[in-house]
Design a protein around this ligand. Structure first.
Ligand code: GDP
Length: 365
């Protein structure tokens, strides 16, 4: 399963946010692929399309898709040199597919800031520097190895060195590896290094509970926005403390509390949606009277692979898929009308599944 890792300096609100995530979190019974680990929280992905399908089909149950958040505590200045949890911490980041970087944008005299004062940009740079230094270490080691292999006239190694030198150059200039926009072939060359600064990132700007409705006017948030824009990264303002309170409520109580705060949706829902996008994931649906359900695939997955997310037998015995796009089905109102309109296609094993496809698989057992 894909994972997003929560990182940030100490005392910025990571645990508070993570606790809100696990409070609001899903029963992992529905998600057998999910890890059982105190540092991992399963979240369901809010999706209006799933609500609409539920309205149309009226199934016995509806199951959203889910992914995992990992709490990665312990990053401090000097981690790449082994300070704090150091390398152990960095190893945890290597395992995640995207990074949610929590930045402190709230003031509170009672809560010490590790660097003495609130300065979100300097905080971001402190963390980024540790990631860059760790990557530099991996890249330099790999360059040495590739250079040795190059001596035998190995063309692959020569190409590796060329790409790695560019990555090294970027890192030396304080730029993350993702800023290079590597091609797929180039990414393949660096893949086994699991570079930390190649992972997509979004910033969660943790604002104080009383500033939550006015977060865009918070000067700290504005600074983070400016910084993130230069990296093409998204910013989600959130109040970890408020989210922790919201997570304890359900249904009407939750709606009332949000209304009191003047919020349309919980920050957590926005964060989950943004992290899901960041992971580069697509959702397809199955819609039967028993169950309407959302499933997660990576972009570019073909029909048999998508079927395999439900069950490996579906992939092995895949014959064809009946496919209709969510928009067509929603406009038609029923599967039969969509069929009459010629919007339900039969697709074979080379079909690349699109975000929002409603699929029905035919397979041999
Ligand atoms: P971590 O070290 O990054 O995991 O930070 P914690 O989640 O443990 O938070 C550190 C302290 O800041 C705790 O006492 C939290 O209650 C407090 N805190 C977190 N978010 C907020 C916030 O939005 N406003 C205020 N006033 N305090 C917060």
């Amino acid at each position: 399963a894909l994972k997003a890792g929560i990182v940030g300096l100490p005392n910025v609100g990571k645990s508070t946010l993570f606790n809100a995530i696990t409070q609001a979190g899903a029963e992992s019974a529905n998600y057998p692929f999910c890890t059982i680990d105190p540092n991992v929280g399963v979240v369901e992905v809010p999706d209006e399309r799933l609500d609409k399908l539920t309205e149309l089909v009226v199934p016995n149950r509806t199951v959203p898709t889910a992914f995992e958040f990992v709490d990665i505590a312990g990053l401090v200045r000097g981690a790449s040199k082994g300070e704090g949890l150091g390398n152990k911490f960095l190893a945890h980041i290597r395992e995640v597919d995207a990074i949610v970087h929590v930045v402190r944008c709230f003031e509170d005299e009672n809560i010490t800031h590790v660097e003495g004062k609130i300065n979100p940009i300097s905080d971001i740079q402190t963390i980024n520097l540790e990631l860059i230094l760790a990557d530099l270490d991996s890249v330099e080691k790999k360059i040495d190895r590739s250079r040795k292999n190059m001596k035998g006239g190995n063309k692959q190694s020569a190409m590796e060195v060329e790409v790695l030198e560019r990555v090294k150059e970027a890192l030396y200039n304080d730029q993350p590896a993702r800023s290079l926009d590597l091609t797929e072939d180039e990414k393949a060359i660096v893949r086994d290094l699991h570079l930390l600064t190649l992972k997509p990132v979004l910033y969660a700007a943790n604002v104080s509970e009383d500033g939550v409705t006015d977060a865009e006017n918070n000067p700290f948030v504005q600074q983070v926005r400016e910084f993130a824009a230069a990296e093409n990264a998204e910013v989600v303002p959130i109040s970890a403390k408020v989210e922790a309170e919201i997570a304890e409520l359900e249904g009407e109580d939750k709606a009332m509390f949000l209304e009191e705060l003047g919020l349309e949706s919980s920050g957590l829902d926005r964060l989950i949606t943004a992290a899901y996008r960041l992971l580069g994931l697509y959702t397809y649906f199955t819609a039967g009277v028993q169950e309407v359900r959302a499933w997660t695939i990576r972009k570019g997955t073909k029909a048999p692979g998508a079927a395999g997310v439900i069950h490996t037998d579906f992939e092995r015995g895949f014959i064809r898929a009946e496919v209709v796009s969510f928009n067509d089905l929603a406009a038609a109102g029923t599967m039969n009308v969509a069929k009459e309109r010629g919007q339900v296609r039969l697709e074979g094993k080379d079909y690349v599944v699109q975000d929002g496809d409603v699929m029905h698989f035919r397979f041999n057992v």
